[in-house]
Design a protein. Structure first.
Length: 127
């Protein structure tokens, strides 16, 4: 007979592995970066997740985390320069170029992740 006052046992919540280092987590980070164009805070969540999982993943996924981290910081730097250049009128064009650059890098990363391949040169500043 069970005691009616005893609460049921607490079971850990299943995340389907998307918080654990690996391909699913890298996919979530890429999606967070794309959503960051609409809701900016998601890109910050993505960079934190990438830093937390980069050294835990191993294999081909580690190159994706490095790629994601560099994409965030380079885009942030270029966005700040673009914001400063709004004064002389070319900041808008540069901001558009930064957005296109980020989208291309995310799509390239998603394509490689879908094929279970590493990023060829994750340290690159270019595409």
């Amino acid at each position: 007979m069970t005691d009616p006052q005893t609460p049921p046992p607490i079971t850990p919540r299943q995340t389907d592995g998307w918080l654990e280092p690996g391909p699913q987590n890298a996919l979530v980070i890429y999606i967070l970066y794309l959503v960051g164009f609409v809701i900016g805070i998601t890109a910050i969540v993505g960079i934190v997740m990438a830093y937390l999982n980069r050294n835990k993943a191993g294999g081909f996924v580690e190159s994706h985390y490095t790629w994601q981290i560099r994409t965030f910081w380079i885009a942030l730097l270029a966005s700040l320069v673009s914001a400063l250049l709004f004064i002389i009128g070319i900041g808008f064009i540069l901001m558009f170029a930064v957005a296109v650059w980020v989208i291309i890098r995310v799509v390239k990363g998603l394509m490689a992740l879908n094929k279970n391949e590493p990023i060829a040169d994750p340290q690159s500043w270019w595409i």
